[in-house]
Design a protein around this ligand. Sequence first.
Ligand SMILES: Cc1cc2nc3c(=O)[nH]c(=O)nc-3n(C[C@H](O)[C@H](O)[C@H](O)COP(=O)(O)OP(=O)(O)OC[C@H]3O[C@@H](n4cnc5c(N)ncnc54)[C@H](O)[C@@H]3O)c2cc1C
Length: 305
Amino acid sequence: MYDVIIIGGGPAGLTAGLYNARARLNVLLLERLAPGGQVLTTDWVENYPGFPDGVSGFELMDRMKTQAERFGLKIQSDEVAGLELSADRKAVLTAAGSLETKAIVLCCGATWKKLEIEGEDQLMGKGVSFCATCDGPFYRNQEVAVIGGGDTALEEAIFLTRFVSKIHLVHRRDKLRATRVLQERAMSQEKIEFIWDSIPVKILGEKGVEAIELKNVKTQAVSRKSVQGVFVFIGTLPNTDMVKGLIRLDENGFVVTDDNMQTSVPGVFAAGDIRSKLFRQISTAVGEGAAASYAVEKYLESLAG
Ligand SMILES: Cc1cc2nc3c(=O)[nH]c(=O)nc-3n(C[C@H](O)[C@H](O)[C@H](O)COP(=O)(O)OP(=O)(O)OC[C@H]3O[C@@H](n4cnc5c(N)ncnc54)[C@H](O)[C@@H]3O)c2cc1C
């Protein structure tokens, strides 16, 4: 019987693990891939405090893992398929079997929807980005494409106008889905040019993005734009399949918690990108991982009476 099982080894999970292991709880972290989470897919991180010159995504996560393991965090390579939650029993189901625990912290993160087109995977982190806050400053005075027509796409495009010289905003329809106020704000930006009824079909470049190929869905005409960056904002999918029907999720499938990371089920906590919230970053994930670990300790104390 574990005191706590943490599911997911990104920044949120490794921080919760560091704190709980340091507090001498019997804690296990389960990660289906290599520990590190989404940060492993980014080349360079410039906005995580403590690294004035920036740090590679790999190095940052390797340091977080080493620090947590130094305090005794056990990390097991396993994918969680489901949970069993009842008033007197909590179990985490993996391919290796069922693991019983008193508390659970969900740190499974989220997955950005990809375009699934040629060039996207090869140029990820070399011009293809899913985060303007993270990567915008790398594109000073350059031309970029932004893909999407919802609130996130417009917010990120407006943010990018601080850095880039021009944005080609590519949307598959002739109307935006974003809220009216954001539409008005984006339309008033001189740097944003809208390309309607179009979808990206190929991203071109060798060492970095050089151009994007677009297809007009009405005329089928294919055109090419020279850009140095492609920002994709066509939606985020939370990794919450295992908890559907068990805990409260918001309308987009993200986990709803209170300020202390407590979900709708006592003893089940959530931290990081999996949570229903506005801002998904390494620093927010780390802060929430720490908060969740403290809430776990308080919960275990309450069980002990
Ligand atoms: C390309 C890119 C660049 C970014 N750049 C920056 C940046 O510069 N600065 C910044 O602050 N933020 C950046 N971000 C955002 C940042 O990476 C995330 O906000 C952060 O990683 C969220 O941490 P997390 O621990 O909540 O989730 P994640 O990092 O998503 O980690 C979740 C982990 O859970 C695991 N997992 C999921 N389901 C299961 C399961 N069923 N069983 C076992 N394990 C499971 C996953 O494999 C993953 O390792 C970037 C994101 C991307 C995609």
